[in-house]
Design a protein around this ligand. Structure first.
Ligand code: AHG
Ligand code: MN
Ligand code: MN
Length: 345
C-alpha cells in the first residue's frame, strides 16, 4: 500500500455516502442517522476512557424496567444517544433497554420516519473492572398507515431492520455495521476523531472449536443444551472428535466481536430458575441487531428452535434465548432442541 493509499482510507462518512450515491442502497435520512449514532458512540467511547478520572464508575442508585441496577455509565450512554439523535429530523421515536416506555421525538423538533432501538451500554458488569463493553443499536422504519408513533410500531420482526450495529469500547473502539449488504468494521482514529473503514465483507467461518456460554448455569439448562456442551467438553475422545476452547467475557458485544473476528458460538439459553422468562437477553435491543449482523457475515442466529429474525415481538422489553455464531454449530444446537421436542411429542 502506498502512502497515498493509506491516507485515502475510507471514513465512515465516505462509506455511507457511497452506499447512498453509488449503490443507491441507503436513503439520505438513514445515512444521517447512522452518522449521528456513530458520533454518540464516539462520545461514549471518550467517557468510557476517562474511567476513574470521570464521573462514570459505579452504580447510579436506580433500577431499570427489568429490575437491574443501573450503572452511571448506563444512564450517561442512554442520555448521550437520545441527545445526539432527537433533533436531527430523521427519527420518529427511540426505545432503549434503560427506558420503560418509548421516547417520542419532542414536538419542537422535526419528525422523521425511522425508529432507533438501543442497548446503550452492554456488559455493564464489566465497566468497573476495565473490560470491554459496548453499545448495540437497531434501526426500523416506522410503519405507515397511522399518524404519530406508538409502542406497537416497534414490535417488528428482526428481518425488518434497515440498519444494525454495535460499537465496542475495548483496547480499540470499533464500530461494526450492516445496512443489509454485508458487515463492515470501522476503527476510531482518536487523533482524527473519525471512524475509518478497516474491514469490509466480514465473514464468520462455518465451523469452530470455540464456544461461549455462562457454564455456571449448566445445571439449570434444558437437556439438549446440556447435551451439546457435554459433547464439546468430551473433546477428541468424544462424539465430536475435536477439542473445544471456551471463552465468556460477560458482555455480549465482546463475545460477538470475537466471533465476528475468528468464529465461534455464543449461547445464552433459557434456564429453569425463571421458567416463564424465555432468556436473559432482549430481543429488540440485543438479539435482533446481533442476529442480523451475524447472518450478514455468513453465520446463523436462533432461539435454539427458530430463526431469531423471524420472531414476531409481543412486547418492547421481551427476552429471548440466543444461540448465534458459526453456522454449523448453531445448526447443531438447534437440531438437538428440535429433535428433543419431537421425541417428546
Ligand atoms: P447488559 O449489561 O446490557 O444488561 O447485558 C449483559 C448481558 C450480556 O451482555 C452478557 O452476555 C450477559 O448479560 C452476561 O450475563 P452473566 O452475568 O449471566 O454472565
Ligand atoms: Mn446488554
Ligand atoms: Mn445494557
Amino acid at each position: 500500500m502506498t502512502r497515498r493509499d493509506s491516507l485515502r482510507r475510507d471514513s465512515l462518512t465516505r462509506y455511507l455516502v457511497e452506499k447512498q450515491h453509488v449503490d443507491g442502497h441507503i436513503p439520505p435520512q438513514l445515512r444521517l442517522l447512522i452518522e449521528i449514532v456513530a458520533r454518540a458512540c464516539k462520545r461514549i467511547s471518550f467517557a468510557v476512557n476517562k474511567g476513574a478520572l470521570g464521573e462514570i464508575m459505579g452504580n447510579a442508585g436506580s433500577e431499570n424496567v427489568q429490575g437491574e441496577a443501573q450503572k452511571k455509565l448506563d444512564i450517561i450512554a442512554n442520555e448521550t444517544l437520545i441527545e445526539a439523535n432527537e433533533w436531527g429530523g430523521h427519527l420518529a421515536a427511540m426505545a432503549s433497554e434503560e427506558m420503560e416506555t418509548i421516547y417520542v421525538v419532542p414536538n419542537r423538533y422535526p419528525q422523521g420516519e425511522y425508529l432507533l432501538l438501543f442497548d446503550p451500554l452492554d456488559g455493564s458488569s464489566n465497566i468497573d473492572v476495565n473490560v470491554s463493553i459496548g453499545t448495540i443499536f437497531s434501526v426500523l422504519k416506522k410503519p405507515e398507515g397511522h399518524p404519530g408513533v406508538d409502542q406497537s410500531d416497534f414490535l417488528q420482526a428482526g428481518c425488518q431492520q434497515v440498519a444494525a450495529g454495535y460499537c465496542i469500547y475495548g483496547p480499540q473502539t470499533t464500530l461494526v455495521l450492516t445496512v443489509g449488504d454485508g458487515v463492515a468494521m470501522f476503527t476510531l482514529d482518536r487523533e482524527q476523531g473519525s471512524f475509518i473503514l478497516t474491514e469490509e465483507n466480514v465473514r464468520i467461518p462455518e465451523d469452530t472449536k470455540e464456544f461461549a456460554i455462562n457454564m455456571s448455569n449448566m445445571r439449570h439448562w434444558e437437556a439438549p443444551m446440556q447435551r451439546y456442551i457435554e459433547e464439546c467438553l468430551q473433546g477428541e475422545e468424544g462424539v465430536r472428535g475435536k477439542n473445544f476452547n471456551m471463552r465468556w467475557i460477560a458482555s455480549m458485544v465482546s463475545d460477538v466481536h470475537r466471533i465476528m473476528t475468528r468464529g465461534g458460538i455464543f449461547m445464552y439459553p433459557w434456564d429453569k430458575r425463571e421458567p416463564n422468562k424465555p432468556g436473559k437477553l432482549r430481543l429488540l435491543y440485543e438479539a435482533n441487531p446481533m442476529g442480523w449482523l451475524i447472518e450478514q457475515a455468513g453465520g446463523a442466529a436462533t432461539n435454539a428452535r427458530q430463526r431469531i429474525l423471524d420472531i414476531q415481538p409481543q412486547a418492547l422489553h421481551e427476552r429471548v434465548s440466543v444461540v448465534l455464531g458459526s453456522k454449523n454449530e448453531v445448526e447443531q444446537v438447534t437440531r438437538y432442541h428440535l429433535e428433543a421436542d419431537q421425541a417428546k411429542a
